[in-house]
Design a protein around this ligand. Structure first.
Ligand SMILES: [Zn+2]
Length: 451
């Protein structure tokens, strides 16, 4: 597995760019020991001839370890092919491995044919995903194409859980239930018959099945807080019981969360970002952070950024590395700054916590100052005891405005504006209408008619 050899004195330059540099970065440097850095690309050991490294003559040229393409001898022999193998040493690489093994085969076909002679059947065959020779026998021998372990159970009704009445069930959290019980066709719970014995509870078995609770966005307020409590309180008997903390019945799940001390710090958002960093591509992670900043009011957004900024800007670094392969780029302020600018410019990305991010000391594109001016106008009108309304087309945009609600809710607009051309609604002194451009024309006309 030897690259080239390439370079001016080897007269072989298909891998060279206009600067005369090898785009694959060969020859590499000699390295005494393999170095695994913080990102996923190790520097492999490449021993020099002085250190006992081998040399060989390839295409008439003397080469050494600097020219070796990373490989695995077993795979090379098993498949009788040149296979470039890179060592994934970090759990952070897993999301990329999953992406590549699921993306299918790269394939391109081309041909020359007479105008108008389209063979749809042939096009259909050619357009199908091409199955490689190794995948072919796998299918022919009916080996499993996928498997999933352990089983995941999502059960919807919390009441079902509350029906459990035996002593052991009172020790369980909502998510633990499917490990010990099955939901039968008779709509009752039955203890699992397989699995490991549970100490202290004769007859109780624990299976590998995991329970999961549906994801609930923080904007769903009470649902979200209920979900939080479900991960803290074992064996409740009723919703009231879930809301009771230290003998005090709270009137909302949010208050119960506060009493339980679940909302005092940003640990929820930290855990959310930690899970996202493992599973999501950087762009999705940036959306996640934006949502957390906008909707969840973390107390210390800058620490979230500081902790996850590498994950949030991984793709930007990768792009920069591809553009300048010889510069051995690593994370730096310029990379982070680009990530911040992308975050700032995300759709509906008027960050509540913008100033906190600005404190990070990076240059960042400022907004137009619209929100600030809006708040001034609203405060002035309301100071005189008059009514000022803030509306936006979407709930997300509306909550960014002081007292903001959606257009439909505030003006009691008919749901089907297209069919009611002469709709009217009730009115205030000042109307701030954010994202006017995405509202239907008939909505504006209805407001205008009312005015
Ligand atoms: Zn080269």
């Amino acid at each position: 597995m030897i690259h080239g050899p390439c370079g001016s004195h080897y007269n072989y330059s298909s891998c060279h760019n206009s600067d005369g540099k090898c785009t694959r970065q060969y020859p590499r440097d000699f390295v005494s020991e393999t170095i695994t850095g913080s990102d996923s690309y190790p520097l492999y050991r490449r021993r020099s001839p002085a250190e006992g490294g081998f040399t060989a003559v390839v295409k008439g040229h003397q080469v050494d370890n600097r020219w070796v393409v990373p490989y695995c001898p077993l795979l090379t022999k098993a498949f009788n092919a040149r296979i470039n193998v890179e060592y994934c040493h970090s759990v952070r690489s897993i999301k990329y491995v999953c992406k590549y093994i699921n993306k299918g085969t790269d394939a391109a076909m081309f041909g020359i044919r007479q105008e108008g002679s389209v063979d749809e059947i042939q096009d259909f065959h050619a357009g199908r995903v091409i199955i490689s020779s190794t995948e072919g026998p796998w299918h022919i021998f009916s080996f499993p194409i996928y498997e999933r372990f352990p089983a995941i159970v999502i059960f919807l009704r919390i009441q079902q859980w509350m029906w459990l009445r035996d002593e052991f069930s009172k020790t369980l959290l909502y998510t633990d239930v499917p490990s010990y019980y099955v939901w039968t066709k008779k709509n009752t719970w039955a203890r699992r018959k397989c699995g490991a014995n549970v100490e202290g509870y004769p007859g109780v078995k624990k299976d590998a099945t995991l329970g999961r609770v549906f994801t609930v966005p923080p904007s769903r307020q009470e649902c979200f807080y209920l979900r939080l409590i479900l991960h803290e309180v074992s064996g409740p008997t009723s919703y009231n019981n879930l809301r009771t903390v230290n003998g005090v019945l709270c009137d909302t799940f949010r208050k119960a969360c506060l009493r339980l001390g679940l909302l005092e710090d940003d640990s929820q958002w930290d855990a959310t970002m930690a899970e996202g960093a493992l599973l999501k591509m950087p762009s999705a992670l940036r959306h996640l952070l934006t949502t957390i900043l906008q909707v969840c009011e973390p107390s210390d957004p800058k620490s979230l950024w500081d902790k996850y900024k590498d994950f949030l800007s991984e793709d930007i670094l990768r792009e920069a590395q591809l553009l300048c392969p010889t510069m051995a780029l690593t994370f730096n302020d310029e990379i982070y700054n680009r990530a911040l600018i992308i975050i700032e410019n995300l759709p509906k990305g008027r960050l509540r916590c913008g100033p906190c991010i600005h404190q990070a000391g990076y240059r960042i594109n400022g907004g137009t100052g619209k929100t600030f001016e809006t708040k001034l106008l609203l405060a002035e009108i309301r100071r005189h005891g008059e009514v000022a309304l803030t509306v936006a087309s979407s709930g997300i945009a509306a909550i960014l405005l002081p007292g903001g609600r959606t257009v439909h809710s505030t003006f009691k607009l008919p749901l089907d504006l297209i069919k009611t051309e002469t709709a009217v609604c009730g009115i205030a002194k000042l109307i701030v209408w954010d994202e006017r451009t995405v509202s239907p024309k008939t909505a504006l006309e209805a407001v205008n008619r009312s005015l």
